[in-house]
Design a protein around this ligand. Structure first.
Ligand SMILES: *[C@@H]1O[C@H](CO)[C@@H](O)[C@H](O)[C@H]1NC(C)=O
Ligand SMILES: *[C@@H]1O[C@H](CO)[C@@H](O)[C@H](O)[C@H]1NC(C)=O
Ligand SMILES: *[C@@H]1O[C@H](CO)[C@@H](O)[C@H](O)[C@H]1NC(C)=O
Ligand SMILES: *[C@@H]1O[C@H](CO)[C@@H](O)[C@H](O)[C@H]1NC(C)=O
Ligand SMILES: *[C@@H]1O[C@H](CO)[C@@H](O)[C@H](O)[C@H]1NC(C)=O
Length: 470
């Protein structure tokens, strides 16, 4: 090829390579703690990240800091052969360089050793004032991911045995700064009759439940900008006669103001499922994904769109439904992005009531696009659980783990009260307040909620007698 000797060709080739290299630049988090708990040596993962041993500087424990090694390590991860076991309330403290949204991942790979069978552990975990897990135990490998905002100099992740005879364990911990654009502050709150604005999304704590690469293959942490795993959607999709998986080999056009490569990687946007040749009068022309979830929580539903299927702009219009309720009508991706193959995401929030234990997302034809070749599209889908009003992601149990006696700094106090009990206390407190209001000035309700979360109610109110100290 004579072309390659042409200096102009070479110039453009170099320019292009430089552009590619720049746009593929990895995200470098300000806070990036990768900890192999109980280990004495560093581990390197397939995705090239290095997990370091948990140094004494990170650990606060009132009991023994037991380090365990598996004789026969369970298979799933290079991080699985060691664990840290705590028989008393204990915590890890991470110095935070950059306040803001952080991703926390807790790795649990239970194994059995001479003294401890990790499958029989039962414990609570809290972080940054939020309850992450209560009465938690697992006999299978689990990776739990949380996204929450840290506004303090320190992030404390606490582990407390659920009973005196029990213990807690963890194999590895990741605390990583999230890119600034990962979690916005508003979403569309989808209800039975209307859509409202949901504010304060960046202030809640969330647990990542599902992350689907719709119509595509599994994306491993090796290929994800934030070391996430995206799984194929087949296991969550209802059967239908209208959807078809599509793939795109061109370049994904990330735009300012749209989804960035950190929000979801190229591998998520270059595959999708589309609705083809749907008939809007036919009530079975939606593609639908269904998730089993716990009721009593709100969920963030993030839908990733990138029109890799249309031949021209303004050909694709569709409707989005969450739990069967209209969430977005006549969604026009061309109008939003102004170009094909350009990614966008939309955040919806929906509650799941006590009867339904299911969350469903549907994409179907809109009236506006009734003559189009394609009547719907979805590239990626994420489901995240939002903390309840008690600041918990795992049940109506109030678990407060806070360091007592700063001088020692090693003692932790954990107060566990059943929700029913707290409710009773609140009722008792309300009666008390009312009695006081009748005798003195009226008292407003707002301090009460704060008191409950701070544990002051449990501490100061004589009505509460069932607190447990560890
Ligand atoms: C560990 O505990 C689990 C659940 O309690 C049990 O199924 C398993 O057999 C135990 N393993 C050993 C080696 O004792
Ligand atoms: C990363 O993505 C590329 C391109 O999609 C694929 O060929 C490769 O197998 C992936 N690697 C891993 C470790 O998932
Ligand atoms: C759409 O479905 C309706 C009802 O099933 C049918 O009457 C109509 O002919 C269909 N239209 C097309 C274009 O297939
Ligand atoms: C899609 O699902 C929604 C919600 O269940 C329903 O109202 C709508 O009629 C369905 N549309 C089609 C074309 O199947
Ligand atoms: C989650 O926690 C935040 C901060 O504590 C609180 O403001 C918010 O109301 C909680 N979310 C829900 C849905 O109650």
């Amino acid at each position: 090829m004579g072309n390659s000797r042409n200096p102009l060709f070479l110039f453009f080739f170099l320019q292009f390579s430089l552009l590619c290299a720049l746009s593929w630049a990895r995200f470098f988090p300000a806070d990036n703690y990768l900890i192999a708990c109980g280990s004495t040596s560093a581990y390197t993962l397939d995705d090239r990240r290095v997990f370091l041993p948990d140094s004494a500087a990170l650990l606060r424990s009132s009991g023994a800091k037991i380090s365990l090694s598996a004789a026969q390590p369970p298979a799933p991860s290079p991080l699985s052969p060691t664990a840290r076991v705590f028989t008393r309330p204990s915590s890890y403290e991470f110095q935070i360089k950059q306040k803001g949204t952080h991703i926390i991942r807790l790795h649990f790979y239970p194994f059995s050793s001479r003294d401890f069978n990790l499958s029989s552990a039962l414990f609570h975990v809290s972080a940054s004032g939020f309850v992450l897990l209560t009465y938690f135990g697992t006999s299978v490998p689990l990776l739990k991911e949380y996204i929450l905002r840290v506004d303090a100099e320190k992030l404390v992740i606490s582990f407390a045995p659920a009973q005196r005879s029990s213990f807690s364990f963890v194999n590895a911990i990741e605390v990583v700064s999230a890119p600034g654009d990962l979690i916005g502050d508003t979403a569309r709150l989808v209800g039975p009759d209307r859509i409202e604005k949901f504010d304060g999304l960046s202030r809640v704590a969330m647990e990542s439940l599902h992350r689907l690469n719709v119509g595509g293959r599994k994306v491993t942490p090796f290929n994800d900008t934030l070391w996430r795993t995206w799984v194929p959607d087949a296991g969550f999709k209802n059967s239908d006669s209208v959807s078809k998986a599509v793939a795109f080999s061109g370049r994904i056009m990330f735009q300012d103001g749209g989804a960035s490569r950190e929000v979801a990687p190229d591998n998520v946007y270059n595959t999708a499922r589309v609705v083809v040749g749907a008939n809007i009068s036919d009530s079975n022309s939606n593609m639908t994904w269904v998730f089993a979830v716990r009721s009593g929580y709100k969920y963030l539903i993030r839908l990733h769109f990138c029109d890799i299927a249309s031949r021209a702009l303004n050909e694709l219009y569709f409707n989005v439904y969450v739990n069967g309720y209209s969430a977005y009508e006549d969604f026009d991706l061309s109008y939003v992005t102004g170009s094909l193959a350009s990614p966008r995401y939309v955040d919806f929030v929906a509650g799941v009531d006590s009867l339904e234990q299911l969350l469903s997302v549907s994409i179907g034809p809109s009236k506006q696009g009734s003559h189009s070749r394609i009547n719907g599209l979805l590239n990626g889908l994420e489901i995240m659980k939002i903390n309840n009003t008690m600041g918990s992601l795992d049940g109506d149990i109030l678990v407060l783990v806070s360091p007592a006696r700063r001088g020692f700094g090693a003692f932790l106090r954990s107060i566990v009260c059943g929700f029913a009990f707290v409710s009773l206390s609140i009722v008792g407190f309300m009666l008390l307040l009312r009695w006081r209001a009748e005798t003195r000035n009226p008292v407003t309700w707002s301090p009460l909620a704060t008191d409950v979360l701070d544990g002051k109610l449990a501490k100061g109110n004589p009505v509460v007698s069932g607190k447990f100290y560890f």
